[in-house]
Design a protein. Structure first.
Ligand SMILES: [Zn+2]
Length: 326
């Protein structure tokens, strides 16, 4: 038994991804350690709990004060149950990650939320959204996720789905999305959807370096960046389609919610850089009502791939002060 009396006081924030686990420890508002591990491919939720407990053990020898976990999928934040997580290997049935992990690390409080929600919280409190009470966080990576801050608070909604612009329809009857629906933003702007389309076009005879750059592996964000630099027509068209789809969904979101700031992060957006975000901003501005055009700003996120773990630690109740950049 790791006794509560040995609790170190450190709060742990964890980004649980489909391929890797990244965690950091926060003590007295300072980041005091980081650890990384591969997400287990076999063994399902129980193996994931063991891996998370091992990472926490690397960061603190005694039981932590609290743990926050950001994870992909549909999550009941109140109970800590991951209901549906197609990107976590072997995660078939709903599983209460919060209670299992708490039991594994000395009964400390464990909070679990969607990775995009905690990423949005991090940009709001520590990143590009600081000082703004209303914003949308968009994460463009393998898929497209979104989170909402309204009146200074994370808005989850009764099903936990608030802000998920990746599954808004932008083309009726359009391309198939990873979720099974048609014409969703993610089918056009997510890396996996863009890869599916690129391979389809190549199979039909389109000439593109995307396939040769990716070889037998997946078409990473840097493959898209290199193809763009080489002025590959298929890559240029796919990125144009991504910009259009994101702009349509963002314009609708901004029009309904009157949110003046959109922060865009995620692997693909980070790799394509500020010019990609600037194109989304320009395309969105053309679609929103005139009264909102001047007030709307769309900016790159500040926190990169540490945002998820930082947001998870914030969710677990700690304050964090980041060192000034530079
Ligand atoms: Zn979808």
């Amino acid at each position: 038994m790791t006794g509560r009396q040995n609790r170190s006081g450190a709060t742990i924030g964890i980004d649980l991804g489909g391929t890797k686990i990244f965690a950091l420890a926060v003590d007295n508002g300072q980041i005091v350690g980081e650890a990384k591990e591969k997400t287990p491919v076999h063994g399902g939720p129980l193996a994931v709990v063991d891996a998370l407990a091992a990472v926490i053990g690397q960061l603190t020898p005694s039981a932590p004060a609290a743990v926050g976990v950001g994870a992909p999928g549909a999550i009941d934040h109140r109970t800590g149950v991951i209901r549906w997580a197609p990107n976590l290997p072997g995660w078939i049935e709903p599983f209460n990650l919060a209670s299992a992990l708490s039991a594994a690390v000395g009964d400390c409080p464990v909070l679990v939320d969607n990775d995009v929600n905690v990423g949005t919280l991090a940009e709001h409190r520590l990143g590009a959204g600081q000082g703004h009470d209303d914003l949308v966080g968009i994460f463009v990576g393998t898929g497209v996720g979104g989170g909402l801050i309204l009146d200074g608070r994370l808005r989850r909604g009764p099903t936990g789905f608030a802000g998920e612009i990746g599954h808004m329809v932008v083309r009726t009857g359009g391309r198939r999305c990873g979720c099974g629906g048609r014409g969703h933003v993610e089918a056009y702007a997510g890396r996996a959807g863009m890869e599916r389309r690129a391979r389809q076009l190549a199979d039909r005879g389109s000439d593109t370096v995307l396939v040769s750059l990716a070889k037998a592996r997946r078409m990473t964000s840097s493959v898209f960046a290199r193809a763009l630099a080489a002025k590959d027509t298929v890559a240029l068209n796919l990125v144009e389609g991504a910009v259009e789809a994101l702009a349509q969904a963002l314009a609708a979101t901004v029009t309904v919610l009157d949110v003046p700031l959109v922060v865009i992060g995620g692997g693909l957006a980070d790799r394509l850089g500020p010019s990609f975000v600037a194109r989304i901003e320009a395309a969105t501005a053309e679609l929103v009502p005139g009264v909102q055009t001047g007030a709307l700003r769309i900016v790159p996120g500040d926190l990169g791939d540490r945002g998820g773990a930082l947001g998870a630690a914030l969710m677990a109740g700690t304050d964090i002060s980041l060192p000034a950049p530079g």
